[in-house]
Ligand binder design. Structure first.
Ligand SMILES: Cc1ncc(COP(=O)(O)O)c(C=O)c1O
Length: 432
């Protein structure tokens, strides 16, 4: 059946396509073609052509288009210097990123995964220790604990935020084994975990807090930045992250000079002095090209995070108006929005909803060219490679339930309102 071109999107869409269609590639190429078709049809006043608006989960080309010349100049500067590993660009990046995170030190490294490992080992986690963490995160959160020789102990999540639940952490601490050394909270989707409660427990039980801030560059808790909420924090600059490099990159932040010095040695094969190795570390140095790209992007992070927050608020409003979400005791509503705690400045690295018939909805959206993702389909305690830890189905019910119903929708600073409306209208169509 032919559908009318939605009047609310017609010219906004055309303007968007003018803005991006000529420059960008990939999904935007589709939109550029759509623009040309629409323009042609508009001349004959025929707007009721079948229209397919594709909405990518993430379109980095829109960000790239605006900063292309700066990226090329910065990369050329590194090439001209012929200094590709660590060096001045990395030192400058580390200084600027530490400032952004409210810490005194940042240690650039090869990935967020390595930053987690560096943070744990430099914070004194040793073989035989236990580290308390969430079961609902990316794999590296738990694997880095095992890589440090320690054992992850999972505490279930709060179903409203999907972050680690301090009540569950406390229950575990009051009944658990004595070898616990640290807590690793994850600031999931860009919202800080409840750091007041976790830091209180850490102080009482003498635990180090190492933040997994991989998804939270620029987020804050009670006005304090992620990266300055524990003894150390790990960040990822993987290309899809809200602050991203042109490849793999990561950083550890801390205000403990000794911890930073240890992490710097560990990222360089455990050597403070070339060819003299105090311990076994890794090659996890940050490339100068990644550092220079991050330095181009960093001044824009605040405005990009604000744009993400605006788009999240727009989704919230659209869902509220759609009648799809729970109001009062309406348990039948197919969509549940996550809660943002008042202490959190959530930067919406991801905008995630909880839905009924998640996988069918995802297929439906895919057919319409609308991107979505599932973060995460298998909780960490049920990953095959961790079966020897002894967890089984039913042990962490909130994480297990979330794995069946979370759905991340397209969100990035350049996402257009008509694209968001199309996403929500398509979800409404699925449930109608
Ligand atoms: C919560 C979390 N922790 C750790 C990582 C690992 O970061 P990287 O991919 O840079 O190694 C990621 C990245 O996906 C993440 O989302």
């Amino acid at each position: 059946m032919e559908t009318a071109f939605p009047s609310s999107t017609t010219w906004a869409h055309c303007n968007f396509l003018i803005a991006y269609g000529a420059k960008a590639e990939g999904n935007s190429a589709h939109n550029a073609k759509l623009f040309e078709d629409t323009k042609r049809r508009s001349k004959v006043k025929a707007f009721n052509a079948k229209t397919v608006i594709q909405v990518p989960m993430l379109d980095l080309s829109r960000q790239y288009a605006g900063l292309r010349e700066q990226f090329l100049a910065a990369v050329a500067r590194v090439c001209d210097s012929q200094k590709y590993i660590l060096g001045e660009e990395v030192t400058s990046f580390e200084r600027e990123f530490a400032t952004l995170c409210g810490s005194t030190e940042a240690v650039g490294c090869a990935s967020g995964t390595d930053a987690l490992w560096l943070g744990l080992v430099a914070a004194g986690v040793k073989p035989g220790d236990a580290v308390i963490t969430t079961p609902f995160s990316f794999f590296a959160t738990a694997s880095s604990i095992l890589r440090a020789g320690a054992r992850p102990v999972f505490a279930d999540i709060d179903p409203e935020t999907l972050n680690i639940d301090p009540v569950k952490v406390e229950e575990g601490l009051r009944s658990g084994s004595p070898h616990r050394h640290a807590i690793m909270p994850v600031h999931l989707y860009g919202q800080c975990a409840d750091m007041d409660a976790l830091n209180r427990l850490a102080a009482e039980f003498k635990l180090a807090v190492v933040e997994d801030a991989a998804q939270a560059s620029g987020a804050t808790w009670n006005g304090r930045p992620a990266g300055a909420l524990g003894v150390a924090a790990a960040f990822s600059f993987y290309p899809t992250k809200n602050l991203s490099a042109f490849g793999d990159a990561g950083a550890l932040t801390t205000s403990d000079a000794k911890l930073a010095e240890h992490a710097r040695s560990l990222r360089n094969h455990g050597a403070k002095q070339r060819y003299y190795h105090d311990e076994i570390g890794a090659n996890s140095r940050l490339d100068s090209i990644q550092a220079t790209v991050l330095r181009v992007k960093m001044p824009h992070l605040g405005e990009w995070n604000d744009a993400r927050r605006q788009r999240a608020a727009a989704y919230d409003k659209m869902f509220a108006a759609s009648g799809l979400t729970k109001v009062g005791n309406n348990a039948q509503a197919p969509v549940t929005l996550l809660k943002t705690l008042p202490q959190a400045h959530h930067i919406y690295h991801q905008y995630v909803i909880r839905v009924q018939k998640r996988d069918e909805l995802r297929d439906f959206l895919k057919e319409r060219g609308i991107g979505s993702e599932v973060y995460y389909p298998v909780p960490l305690h049920l990953q095959k490679c961790f079966s020897y830890l002894g967890y089984g189905p039913g042990d962490l019910p909130e994480a297990e339930q979330a794995a069946t119903d979370v759905l991340a929708l397209p969100i990035f600073p350049e996402l257009e309102e008509f694209e968001q409306r199309h996403v929500v209208e398509s979800i409404a169509e699925f449930y109608s």
